[in-house]
Design a protein around this ligand. Structure first.
Ligand SMILES: C[S@@+](CC[C@H](N)C(=O)[O-])C[C@H]1O[C@@H](n2cnc3c(N)ncnc32)[C@H](O)[C@@H]1O
Length: 210
């Protein structure tokens, strides 16, 4: 019961005491994953980059610093009103300047044009998607031919959460996500072990073949 409620808040935080505590938790514990997802995306100054399930906006903040060219653009999608508002406040200057655009939207149905994005990254997000195939098809749709998807995970932590029944399904398993990517038209799908200082994490990469 408690685990299910925690899972609901992690999957779609609301403006509440638990939502607020979790937003602080994301900032402290997930910064490493966000920072490394941005690094591994190898963002170029004039690219269009999209973060899915951005939460409070730490990854967005990292990514926007790489987009220094006049064409460089950052997009974000999150369906939690609370997180959308928090990230919008964090990036208000860049939003006002037209550099960043955030959408209050489901990953499975994004208001983003076909073949318009160079890189997509996300952290701690796909475990909550009820239909992985629908989401990966949507990611494939918005990516340009040859576009890159990167996600970073701390698998040991995720498996521990899963053992406590925090997630709604078995979709947290990397194999399930990678299978959905493959059936949606991605190629060169691989998971690599990485280290940041003493902390081990995993990164999944996939390229949108078109
Ligand atoms: C556990 S939080 C992670 C936030 C941030 N990426 C981090 O690692 O700190 C998951 C985020 O993904 C968002 N999310 C989950 N499923 C989503 C979906 N189907 N569409 C859009 N956002 C989603 C939630 O609202 C939440 O902000």
């Amino acid at each position: 019961m408690l685990a299910r409620k925690l899972g609901q808040q992690l999957g779609r935080p609301t403006q509440s005491l638990v939502g607020w505590v979790l937003s602080k938790f994301f900032k402290v514990h997930n910064h490493l994953l966000e920072e490394n997802a941005v690094k591994l995306s190898e963002i170029q100054p004039d690219e269009t980059v999209l973060e899915l399930g951005h939460g409070p906006g730490l990854g967005l903040q990292e990514a926007v610093q790489k987009l220094t060219g006049p064409q460089g653009k950052l997009l974000g999608v999150d369906y939690s009103e609370y997180m959308h508002r928090m990230a919008s406040e964090r990036l208000q200057e860049q939003i006002a300047a037209g550099k960043v655009k955030l959408f209050l939207s489901d990953v499975a149905e994004m208001p983003i044009a076909d073949n318009s994005v160079d890189k997509v990254f996300h952290c701690n997000c796909y475990y909550f998607w009820p239909d992985l195939k629908r989401a990966t098809k949507e990611i494939h749709r918005v990516l340009k031919p040859g576009g890159l998807m990167v996600t970073t995970i701390r698998l040991d932590r995720v498996a521990l959460f899963a053992s406590k029944k925090v997630f709604p399904s078995e979709n947290w398993r990397p194999e399930a996500y990678m299978q959905a990517l493959e059936s949606s038209g991605f190629t060169d799908i691989r998971m690599e072990e990485r280290k940041h200082k003493l902390i081990q994490y995993e990164a999944i990469f996939a390229t949108a073949a078109k």
